[in-house]
Design a protein around this ligand. Structure first.
Ligand SMILES: [Zn+2]
Length: 367
């Protein structure tokens, strides 16, 4: 409510009033009858809501001025009561006492701990998701861990059927979501026919939210386990920069791709690489990783998606399409890529990768 009130006021103003002014208004509104109940709640999460709105506005302004890299940021939007809700308590609004968590004006909670806190948390966010589950999420400082890696480097090709194909020949299948997915779609059709604001519709909405949670939990679990394994075992991890947002526009693949969460995987691998002191590299998606023989560097050109195995006409070696791509990703990322200009058909094989991104070695591997 604080977020929505402040956003409504900001939208109605000629210029965004800023955090201090909005905070002043909040103090005044607490004196009105309609918002009197806000006094029963700790002021910390209320201030935090205004700070979050402030950050959202600043990101939007920076994005407009071109000061921010990446996708254009949209202006903040009103929050719905039925969506996930959160409240953040900073240092002076909470404390951890043994197994218990004390929240200002709420009291002691007895959460189920997923793991021990590695250090003193600087803040805690209480999250209520759309399926009415409650979570506590702590912000903690983590020291880097040092574990020796088994392998020097690994290149990973991300795919649809096989989620990840590694250059060492290992692969990871993504969990099968289709059963949950079918149920979600069925429930969504049901929801569309139900009367807005009705009790039955509310129940269907909850059931959909619960199903979505199940899918998200399965996916998160899979991605966490896989990313931990990859980062633990390898000193250098190389991924291909995939144009995920471009691919999701393709409606046929959209469900499969967004479910599989390539982006989530990349974020996890990057964060864990930092934690374990690993090198994390992303190579340009324009690298022709599926068009080149990973053994001799011969360029055979574009392959139809249906073609799963290739026999190189130059050196005769047989390749699994995905494994070959993963090997090429590793070679490019570690700076040992074959120069396609050398062996490819003239005129068609100009590399468009940034020279700073990789140093290429123009030597043919002998077999
Ligand atoms: Zn070859």
């Amino acid at each position: 409510m604080v977020w929505n009130d402040a956003l409504a006021l900001s939208k109605a103003s000629k210029k965004y009033p800023g955090y201090n002014a909005l905070s002043g208004v909040l103090t005044l509104t607490k004196k009105t009858e309609a918002r009197e109940w806000l006094k029963d709640v700790s002021s910390v999460p209320l201030q935090q809501a205004l700070k979050n709105l402030d950050t959202a506005y600043k990101s939007f302004f920076d994005s407009c001025k071109g000061k921010r890299k990446g996708k254009k940021v949209k202006p903040p939007r009103f929050k719905k009561k039925t969506n996930a809700q959160s409240a953040t308590f900073t240092k002076n609004g909470f404390s951890v006492q043994g197994e218990q968590v004390y929240l200002a004006k709420i009291g002691n909670l007895n959460p189920i701990w997923s793991r021990d806190l590695p250090s003193d948390p600087s803040s805690v966010t209480v999250i209520k998701d759309a399926a009415n589950r409650y979570f506590l999420s702590f912000v903690v400082e983590v020291e880097p861990v040092s574990i020796a890696a088994k392998n020097q480097s690994v290149g990973i090709d991300l795919g649809i059927k096989t989620f990840a194909f590694m250059s060492n020949g290992e692969k990871a299948q993504s969990p099968n979501y289709s059963k949950h997915d079918r149920k979600v779609r069925k429930l969504q059709r049901k929801l569309a026919k139900q009367v807005k604001g009705s009790n039955r519709r509310h129940k269907t909405r909850l059931r959909i939210a619960k199903k979505h949670n199940r899918i998200a939990d399965t996916r998160k679990d899979f991605l966490h386990k896989l990313s931990t394994k990859v980062v633990r075992e390898n000193q250098s991890i190389i991924l291909e920069d995939l144009n995920v947002s471009g691919m999701v526009k393709n409606r046929k693949l959209s469900r499969a791709i967004s479910l599989q969460g390539w982006r989530e995987f990349r974020v996890l691998v990057e964060a864990k690489s930092e934690k374990f002191g690993r090198q994390f590299t992303v190579i340009s998606r324009w690298e022709p990783t599926s068009q080149i023989c990973s053994d001799c560097g011969f360029r055979w050109g574009k392959l139809d998606l249906k073609v799963r195995t290739v026999t190189c006409v130059s050196c005769g070696s047989e390749h699994d399409r995905d494994e070959n791509a993963a090997k090429n990703i590793e070679q490019v990322g570690t700076g040992h890529g074959h120069d396609s200009k050398w062996t490819g058909r003239a005129g068609k094989t100009t590399s468009v990768a940034q020279p700073v991104e990789l140093s290429r070695i123009t030597v043919l591997k002998q077999r």
